[in-house]
Write a protein that binds this ligand. Structure first.
Ligand SMILES: [Zn+2]
Ligand SMILES: [Zn+2]
Ligand SMILES: [Zn+2]
Ligand SMILES: [Zn+2]
Length: 482
């Protein structure tokens, strides 16, 4: 780790170890919103390929794909990506080509990532691929695996997967237990690689980025530029404080966030938000996010369960909502949701829209106006309306989500910026130029901090804002002329 420490120092970073959360990344100087704290190429990565969707192994693009003619497993968008990957894929290709057809089908992205991990280690040991302070297998070895916290069933699964990897690799002196442990390391440390709009493309292992701990109120954000992981500050991070990102969706009650973190990452969060668990303002926040609304539509109070368990009491006006009434609506929503999900996944979008609108109506009766449950329904409606090119309705829904997003994603959060961007694109399309300028400006204010300004995605957004401004001034001047 000394080597890594030395290479982090000129970047204004330092490593430290705390008893309650292990290795941590600290700021050795002040960082300001929008500043890149650290970036890293993956040690290994794979696209999320499935039977229905394939992406290029080099750049994760979906267009102009050609299958590798030797192994028939890996896809490339062109010769430059193939060349980029060749040193590693040459070895992998030979191994995959040897497998029979049935076995080849069992090579999931996770299995492939493990095969690539061992091949890359081999190539670095043989000096075919250079070793640097931020790119070496020792960093993978140092990652946490939480093996002692994993249940029997999961251990068995990892052992089976390790056997398959061993069978593919056919390397001498390989330790199957170590492969199994590495699967657990993947589960706790690998990152989902997303595009600029946060759609998942693949998975990668970034051993230095993995040192950054989680907080439910993080001071930094992780985004990807291609497969390069980039961490930017979203708040002022004073010298000597810890850099944190969020591993999970932060728009959730403390209990939900803690449950997700425990299940997926096997630790209990002790961040400033989680430390409030059980305190009055945390109870209030959870009740707003995931609980019920007051019977009086004009009241914005939140509800808590009555001590005799018969109903829920509004904490503002004291009105009681009957438990049975809520239970009935909740079960109606559940039934509709099951149907709606089936419709949307089978492509019956018109029917899905009707169902989601009914769900929205019922949820408005029971959920707090700032409920994230209602927010998820709006997101679903928005997604389907966009597919159906129902722009006007899509814009109306998008606008409904903004105040909820503003509340649950405070400060510089990529999701808030992206939502403003969607809003702006719809307004622009519908000729509402002045509103589009406002939305694009909001989007730029947030996304230039989280995404920087140099990527093609940001250049496009900045260009759209410019175009909208030009159109607005043109409209204004032609109005003055007439
Ligand atoms: Zn490519
Ligand atoms: Zn191949
Ligand atoms: Zn937390
Ligand atoms: Zn009330």
């Amino acid at each position: 780790m000394e080597e890594l420490q030395a290479s982090l120092q000129p970047r204004g970073l330092t490593l430290s170890t705390f008893p309650d959360k292990g290795r941590s990344l600290l700021a050795a100087r002040d960082f300001y919103p929008g500043e890149v704290i650290i970036s890293q190429e993956p040690y290994v990565c794979v696209p999320n390929n499935s039977l229905t969707e394939s992406r290029c192994d080099g750049c994760f693009s979906k267009s102009n794909l050609k299958k590798c003619s030797a192994c028939h497993v890996v896809w490339y968008c062109g010769s430059s990506c193939q060349k980029l990957e060749w040193k590693l894929h040459r070895l992998e290709c030979q191994l995959l080509a040897k497998l029979d057809k049935e076995r080849r089908k069992s090579v999931t992205p996770t299995i492939r990532m493990m095969v690539k991990l061992y091949l890359r280690r081999k190539l670095q040991n043989e000096n075919v691929i250079p070793v640097t302070a931020m790119d070496n297998y020792n960093l993978v070895e140092a990652l946490v695996s939480h093996m002692s916290d994993i249940d029997e069933k999961q251990l068995l699964l990892y052992a089976q997967m390790a056997n398959l990897v061993n069978l593919i690799l056919q390397l001498p002196n390989i330790d199957i237990k170590e492969i199994a442990e590495n699967f657990s390391k993947f589960a706790c440390n690998a990152h989902t690689i997303c595009d600029s709009e946060l759609r998942s493309l693949g998975t990668g292992l970034y051993p230095v980025i993995s040192i950054i701990n989680h907080s439910c109120l993080p001071n930094a954000v992780l985004v990807f530029e291609g497969r390069l992981a980039v961490v930017r500050a979203v708040q002022h991070i004073p010298k000597d404080s810890e850099v944190s990102i969020s591993y999970v969706e932060t728009a959730a009650s403390t209990i939900t966030r803690q449950k997700t973190l425990k299940e997926q990452y096997l630790f209990t969060c002790i961040c400033v938000r989680c430390n409030k668990l059980g305190q009055y303002d945390d109870i209030q926040e959870s009740a707003i996010l995931e609980g019920y609304r007051c019977r009086d539509n004009g009241c914005s109070g939140f509800l808590l369960r009555e001590s005799d368990e018969k109903g829920f009491v509004c904490q503002q006006c004291g009105l009681i909502r009957n438990k049975e009434e809520i239970r009935k609506i909740a079960s109606d929503i559940k039934a509709l949701s099951d149907k709606a999900l089936k419709c949307s996944s089978s492509g019956n979008l018109q029917e899905a829209i009707v169902l989601y609108k009914n769900i929205e109506k019922l949820q408005k009766e029971v959920c707090h106006p700032f409920s994230i449950i209602l927010m998820r329904t709006w997101e679903k409606l928005l997604e389907i309306l966009m597919q159906l090119e129902e722009w006007k309705e899509a814009l109306a829904i998008c606008r409904l989500t903004i105040p909820v997003y503003e509340r649950v994603y405070p400060g510089f959060h990529p999701l808030l910026g992206l939502q403003y961007y969607s809003c702006g694109k719809l307004e622009w399309l519908l000729g509402e130029t002045d509103d589009a300028i406002k939305s694009f400006t909001k989007a730029v204010d947030i996304l230039r901090i989280t995404h920087g300004t140099s990527t093609p995605f940001m250049k496009e957004l900045l260009m759209k804002l410019e175009e909208a401004r030009v159109e607005a001034s043109f409209k204004l001047s032609s109005r003055e002329d007439s």
